[in-house]
Design a protein around this ligand. Structure first.
Ligand code: 5GP
Ligand code: ZN
Length: 113
């Protein structure tokens, strides 16, 4: 299995897992760029947001709800947080298994920076 996130999901690579259900896993980013930096990842492998279709709308919504719950549990819901989905090389994507970044704990710059 070549995908690092699929290996984490399969328990074949280590990660600091904060949450897991039948559709989703969330674990801390190995190179955090903020005091809170969690990746919210569908269990099913999608290369990127480009691979998501109408049938996946419930899953897409679920990822957002999981992110919101994690923000509350991590104590940043009120102070604020940012969700990021990098898509494709110019979008900054480096791991080609769809994921949301949950970033918090410091003031974020303008979204386009
Ligand atoms: P992307 O650049 O694709 O939006 O985000 C990929 C993220 O995955 C990066 O922030 C990177 O630090 C993180 N990452 C890459 N490999 C691993 C790993 O093996 N374990 C964990 N926990 N995070 C990883
Ligand atoms: Zn994968």
């Amino acid at each position: 299995m070549s995908c690092i996130f699929c290996r984490i999901i399969a328990g074949q690579a280590p990660a600091e897992v904060l949450y897991r259900d039948d559709r989703t896993i969330a674990f801390r980013d190995i190179h955090p760029v903020a005091p809170v930096h969690v990746l919210i990842v569908p269990i099913q492998h999608f290369d990127s947001l480009n691979s998501l279709s109408e049938e996946d709308e419930a899953l897409a919504g679920h990822l957002l709800v999981v992110a919101r719950r994690l923000a509350e549990e991590l104590g940043v819901a009120r102070s604020g947080y940012r969700l990021v989905i990098n898509t494709g090389s110019e979008g900054g994507q480096t791991v080609f298994h769809l994921h949301l970044h949950l970033l918090a704990g410091r003031r974020m710059p303008f979204a386009g920076d």
